[in-house]
Design a protein around this ligand. Structure first.
Ligand SMILES: [Zn+2]
Length: 175
């Protein structure tokens, strides 16, 4: 059993009002990371039996996001409390979620779901490589795991990989 089980934030204090929050099944690890960066609040457990996912979903009032058709149709969950991700391809999966839940919050940590906080460049000078410090105008820090993030080439690589801009998806003129 992973340590995840012992630190389940059943009620996330940091979920912003009006924000939709999710629990993702184990098959959606990659999608979870991308969606967190886009500002989605998602609990993810590396190992979690269906019963546990259902329990967390019910207790937290979140929506269960799953690739498992049977789990999505679980009768104990209200119809609007589960969301079936149909595609196996990441870009298409992202589009499915962005189309159905266009509401986005502040960016979150891909690793731990913490709400990222923008920090002054000077404060991270000793924490990042010199070239990053010199070339990146904005830095964020995850208050939960301490990770420092910056906007760099990885964003360009992301856009190239996806073939669309997830930050602008659904705005009409974006694709
Ligand atoms: Zn984090």
């Amino acid at each position: 059993m992973g340590g995840d089980f012992h630190r389940v934030p059943l009620l996330e204090e940091e979920t912003e009002i009006g924000e939709v929050a999710f629990v993702a099944d184990v098959m959606l690890g990659r999608l979870t990371r991308w969606l967190r960066i886009l500002g989605y609040d998602i609990l993810y457990f590396h190992r979690a039996p269906d019963d546990f996912l259902i329990y967390v979903t019910l207790e937290s009032g979140r929506i269960l996001m799953t690739r498992d058709r049977r789990l999505a149709a679980e009768p104990i969950l209200a119809p609007n409390k589960s969301f079936l991700v149909e595609s196996t391809r990441l870009p298409q999966q992202l589009k499915e979620v962005l189309s159905r839940f266009p509401v986005r919050g502040r960016p979150r940590c891909a690793d731990c779901n913490g709400l990222l906080v923008e920090v002054d460049r000077e404060r991270v000078k000793d924490l990042v490589p010199d070239y990053v410090y010199l070339t990146s105008p904005h830095f964020w820090r995850c208050p939960s795991c301490g990770k420092v993030l910056w906007e760099g080439t990885h964003k360009r690589n992301m856009l190239h990989f996806l073939g669309f801009n997830p930050w602008r998806y659904g705005e009409g003129s974006s694709e």
